[in-house]
Design a protein around this ligand. Structure first.
Ligand code: HEM
Ligand SMILES: Nc1nc2c(c(=O)[nH]1)N[C@H]1C(S)=C(S)[C@@H](COP(=O)(O)O)O[C@H]1N2
Ligand SMILES: [Mo]
Length: 377
């Protein structure tokens, strides 16, 4: 059988829209690129979710040290770079919104509904994601919960949509276009816009490009001790309690002996260095030199069981991130510290003075600051 090239006129979307870029071929290329980037957002998003909410039967490894830094950087920076693709795709296909008659059959109705779910869900993910990293909590629902559940809807609708359109995609990408309507220039412009967004944000995670990161809300190298701060001591309401000379660290729960240590007492224990990043869920990250007491040394002193989990509690009395949990794999890691020093000096109040948790391969939200109690579970 001879494969016939499809005449350009047939591949164009119907309607009174004059630009010849409202075209099946453009839609197919953009769709493929979007498919890859949305599915990688889905995968990296799930990593972030299950790191913060371990399912019980699986523990997240503490190595490689920078894994979460990379997956979340890909999620957020890749997501931002995808915005021009999404807008271009919607512009390319929007004439179809006005197709007439709006519904031709039951199957057609289901198809259209699926596309509405896909478009609505994708816009929702991008808009909430961007507002969240911009610290603009304009929505009345909890960002993570809504963003998490919508992700399944988008991923599911995307897979069905891709299967449904696959024959068109194959036809258009495997034939040579007969006309020249500037598709290539259009697609290159869209890709270029994604590239520019990447260039001006990637420095929030990749320090050598920090100075270029003009669009990033947080940048490595800025902030006290050269490290950005998300929540300051004042905002967390802990300034007085953290500076109080009466501050003690207690280790309690399922231990053989409770420990109570002063700051000098903690400093008298063996101190170890660790080069580890803060890798915020919002995509920015920065490496730093920490120094402090290994968590496993403290827990051994208290006589905690090897397979115990540990709850790390902050002086902060309210807020989502006042506590975090450590699995055995994480607290046994020699790089997991109760840090007292950062980049060569005592921790700044905003970085968690008198002491804070720092552990490898872990989201920033779990690196609890202003620690005052460890509870062995
Ligand atoms: C510009 C685009 C996007 C940005 C800026 C963005 C941003 C974020 C941020 C900041 C988080 C961390 C939330 C937290 O743990 O506090 C997150 C988590 C997540 N994202 Fe996105 N996102 C985007 C697009 C997407 C897309 C397209 C999908 C999937 C189709 C997706 C799926 C997820 C999932 C599943 C999580 C985990 C939520 C959880 O921890 O429960 N995201 N995203
Ligand atoms: N007690 C407490 N610890 C916390 C937070 C918080 O709000 N309260 N914020 C977390 C978040 S979101 C991040 S990204 C890191 C940032 O640490 P840094 O300010 O030292 O860079 O601290 C984490 N530790
Ligand atoms: Mo964070």
């Amino acid at each position: 059988m001879v494969r016939r090239a499809v005449p350009a006129a047939l591949t164009r979307l119907p309607g009174r829209f004059t630009s010849r870029l409202h075209d099946e071929r453009v839609a197919a290329w953009l769709g493929m690129a979007l498919g890859v980037s949305v599915l990688s957002a889905f995968a990296t998003g799930l990593v972030s979710h299950f790191m913060q909410h371990p399912p019980g039967w699986a523990q997240w490894p503490s190595r490689p040290v920078n894994l979460y830094r990379v997956t979340q950087g890909v999620h957020v920076i890749g997501g931002l770079a995808t915005v021009p693709l999404l807008l271009a795709k919607l512009w390319t296909v929007y004439p179809r919104l006005w197709q007439w008659p709006p519904v031709r059959s039951a199957a057609h109705a289901v198809r259209r509904l699926l596309v509405f779910v896909l478009v609505g869900g994708a816009l929702f993910q991008f808009v909430t994601g961007v507002l969240n990293i911009g610290y603009w909590y304009a929505f009345p629902f909890l960002f993570t919960t809504a963003h998490y559940w919508t992700a399944y809807i988008v991923a599911g609708a995307l897979l069905i949509h891709a299967a449904d359109e696959w024959s068109k995609v194959r036809r258009t990408v495997m034939t040579r276009p007969q006309d020249a309507v500037g598709r290539r220039a259009f697609l290159l412009t869209v890709a270029g816009a994604g590239g520019v967004i990447t260039a001006v944000t990637v420095g929030e995670a990749f320090s050598p490009l920090a100075r270029l990161a003009v669009l990033a809300p947080r940048r490595p190298g800025t902030g006290p001790q050269g490290l950005p701060v998300n929540k300051s001591a004042a905002a967390a309401g802990v300034s007085a309690a953290a500076r109080d000379p009466g501050w003690r660290l207690t280790v309690t729960g399922r231990v053989r002996r409770d420990l109570t240590l002063t700051l000098d007492g903690l400093r008298a224990l063996p101190q170890h260095p660790a080069r580890l990043p803060i890798a915020c869920v919002e995509g920015w990250s920065a490496g730093a030199d920490w120094r402090g007491v290994r968590l496993r040394d403290l827990l051994a002193l208290a006589g905690a069981g090897d397979t115990a989990r540990v709850r790390v509690e902050s002086l902060q009395t309210s807020g989502l991130y006042r506590t975090s949990h450590l699995d055995p794999g994480h607290w046994h890691d020699p790089l997991t510290l109760l840090a007292l020093d950062l980049n060569g000096g005592p921790l700044d109040l905003d970085h968690g003075y008198p002491c804070r948790l720092i552990a490898p391969n872990r989201p920033g939200v779990l690196q609890t600051k202003w620690v005052h109690r460890l509870v062995v579970l």
